[in-house]
Design a protein around this ligand. Structure first.
Ligand code: NCD
Length: 367
């Protein structure tokens, strides 16, 4: 990463006091402006998965394109469903036949290891035929448009299409041109709904609830679809959300999403129940938005020392891939008492099974 002029520490007198957002507006860095929203009932672990047994249809949407617009009841339903799959995945016999005869196509236009593997395992464990389309070797590199790719795939009658794309909105556009159910596996800096759901499941299982918790989401908020989907979900479920980042990595008017924006890491972590770290999304940055990796780590990297500001039982999360020594110190990531990072990976498979199950219930009902 290039050096840029301003520095967080010694260069300029407290650059965090007054923040210039993208869009040029001045605002107080510690301004708290929360969108008033009714507190929702605690999403408890108690009501585990009645839905799995009854096969009831409580998620009526054709696609999962984002968290935006989902109601608390729909989120809870998916989490309850996923809870049951967690137990299934821990057994030696993991295979169900719920999606037998159904075809799932993974269409990833961006590199991915955990998300693509997670969807592949989820589909296979439910009995679907899963195809991973190798975009790098597909007609896309020969200039085919997204819509042509979608219509070609549609002609092969898949039942589920899981799509990741570098452009925000591309997955929703594609969904308008196919007949099958579409799941957004991450579109640009827009949304990554299954990541937010798996994070919610991890929190709910560890803390027993989501409502009333204070969640600090730290790092590159500006470019993060994970941050956006998490903010939407956590606010809907009644958590308090704080975004913690240098001013250059905060979106303009982020408070309009009902979060508190803080540019000092220790202040941002104060009394947090959950500390969610994010990678610097260099691939989406235009120009350099941090002075240097070393400086970034010094001010915003999560260390045991900074973590002292959070609650003693604060849980650490990261969607991966992690950059140790950049946004998180290795020993913190590996701290088995605090880190839930591998739990998140485990919950990912269960949540994706729940989403695939929920989206195909209607198909199965009309079989
Ligand atoms: C995230 C993504 O792709 O948005 N990763 C993931 O899905 N596990 C976060 C990231 O890339 O930093």
């Amino acid at each position: 990463m290039q050096q840029i002029e301003h520095r967080y520490g010694d260069g300029i007198a407290d650059p965090f006091r007054s923040v210039r957002c993208r869009g040029g507006r001045q605002r107080d860095s510690d301004a708290v402006r929360r969108t008033p929203r009714a507190r929702l009932p605690v999403a408890s672990r108690g009501a585990m998965r009645p839905a799995m047994a009854t096969g009831e249809l409580r998620f009526e949407r054709q696609h999962l394109l984002g968290i935006e617009g989902l109601e608390a009841g729909e989120i809870e339903y998916l989490l309850d469903l996923a809870d049951g799959f967690v137990e299934l995945n821990r057994q030696s016999e993991k295979k169900l036949q719920l999606l037998r005869g159904r075809t799932l196509v993974n269409l990833f236009f961006e590199p991915s290891t955990r998300t693509q593997t997670s969807f592949e395992l989820a589909g296979k464990r439910l009995g679907a035929d899963v195809v991973n389309m190798a975009v790098a070797r597909s007609s896309v590199v020969k200039g085919e448009t997204l819509i042509d790719t979608a219509m070609t795939l549609n002609a092969m009658h898949p039942d589920l299409l899981v799509v990741r794309h570098h452009e925000s909105g591309a997955v929703a556009l594609l969904a308008r041109h196919v007949r099958c159910a579409v799941v957004n596996a991450g579109d640009g800096a827009h949304e990554h709904p299954t990541q937010a759901l798996l994070d919610a499941l991890t929190i709910r299982r560890r803390k027993g609830r989501i409502a009333g918790l204070t969640v600090a989401i730290c790092g590159d908020i500006l470019h993060s679809r994970v941050a956006r989907s998490n903010i939407l979900l956590l606010r809907t479920m009644g958590a308090r959300v704080r975004v913690v980042a240098p001013p250059t990595l905060l979106p303009a008017a982020v408070e309009s999403l009902g979060v508190e924006a803080v540019t000092d890491m220790r202040r941002g972590l104060e009394d947090a129940d959950i500390v969610m770290m994010l990678r610097l999304q260099s691939e989406r940055m235009q120009g350099s938005l941090v002075p240097s990796v070393r400086e970034y780590f010094h001010f915003f990297g999560l260390t045991h020392d900074k973590l002292r500001a959070a609650r003693p039982d604060a849980m650490i999360m990261h969607p991966g891939p992690m950059n140790r020594g950049v946004e998180i110190d290795g020993p913190v990531a590996d701290d088995i008492n605090r880190s839930a990072i591998l739990d998140q990976v485990e919950m990912g498979v269960a949540v994706r099974m729940a989403v695939l199950d929920a989206l195909t219930r209607r198909l199965r009902a009309n079989r």
